[in-house]
Design a protein around this ligand. Sequence first.
Ligand SMILES: NC(=O)c1ccc[n+]([C@@H]2O[C@H](COP(=O)([O-])OP(=O)(O)OC[C@H]3O[C@@H](n4cnc5c(N)ncnc54)[C@H](OP(=O)(O)O)[C@@H]3O)[C@@H](O)[C@H]2O)c1
Length: 365
Amino acid sequence: MADMKQTFLGVGYTRDRAGLPLEAVRVPVPRPTADEVLIRVAASSLNPLEYKLADLNFMGRTPPVVLGFDLAGVVAAVGRDVEGVAVGDEVAAMAGLNGDGGWAATGGDGGSYAVAPCFLTVRKPTSVSFRDAAALPMCFLSAFAGLYGAVQAGATVYVPGGGGGVGHLAVQMAARALDAGTVISSGGRPQSITLARQSGAHFVFDYKRDDVAVEIAELTHGRGVDLVFDATYNEQSFAETAKTVRRGGSWIVLGVGPGRTTRLAETHSPVDATLAGRGARHVNVNLLRYFSEPAMLDGEARGFLQRGMDLAMEWAAKGLVVPHVSQTVDSTVEAISTGLRSLKEGGGALGKIAVIVDRDLAAGT
Ligand SMILES: NC(=O)c1ccc[n+]([C@@H]2O[C@H](COP(=O)([O-])OP(=O)(O)OC[C@H]3O[C@@H](n4cnc5c(N)ncnc54)[C@H](OP(=O)(O)O)[C@@H]3O)[C@@H](O)[C@H]2O)c1
């Protein structure tokens, strides 16, 4: 680390609950602890979590906080206990969600560094670009946490919102990597419906126009689907998708779940009553909990997430689960804030929005 810069100009928030737009903030280059990897960042991508943290600061961080948790780049230094990656390796990683990310306010001229836990850092195959590698970690791990080990070969699976960041990867994972028999999805816009179909969904409904629960009942001869994975974070969707699970099936939700989506107040949700009427299981998967309740991040959880990162690269290289990057933006406060605003307002982004943090490094592959 001898000739490395001491500080860089990151993008994040400098006041508690400051919200959008984000700000440029000069911060020290982080130092990796024993089991962390320091990454010189080439590319990143946008996730709704980033505007939610800027709005609500619910991890209780003391600002300034640099955002940009999805990372692809080159290893600049490793902690003493790190195995499997070395200085100079091209990697994909997810930064710890209770720490800082890697967006730089340099318009693509690079200069940013972020640390990631070594179990969330994997070597990037040369056939996967930095941009695509950076579009995967958070959304892929979310889909993986919901579906891996839960989808049986031949199962009928419903993933609402198959044009979303998590949704389009979940559809591909179920249909192409986990051998589901039938994958059903939905979208509220023609382009989302197209992306869900391109991702491998066999049937895609328009959730704004169709009565999806009735359509799915017809498709499955009144039985319902074996498994729902709802990553829409939307109460209206939760209430509707719960009605599509078969008796004894599983309803898997990403995040804090029904009644809590605003994080500000609890609302009444009919989901548990609907599921109880079907003897169906309600399962929550939540990446954030590993970082808000560190006791959850035991050896088994670390191993599971590491397996997820390995498979993200393996399946991307094989063309099984490939991110759809609908927009690529330079790493500026304005472009990142505009992209996050479109995620917040809905109806703008499709698949993933990538951020090129270091144009020269990212052009390497
Ligand atoms: N806690 C965790 O572990 C964790 C991890 C990752 C993500 N998340 C959360 O998960 C959510 C999704 O993330 P993302 O990156 O996939 O966001 P995204 O790209 O904005 O996708 C949201 C999707 O939801 C769909 N949708 C909205 N309302 C719907 C409804 N009523 N019925 C069916 N689909 C509906 C949208 O479809 P149209 O655009 O077609 O309307 C869109 O495809 C975010 O709130 C994020 O913060 C949580």
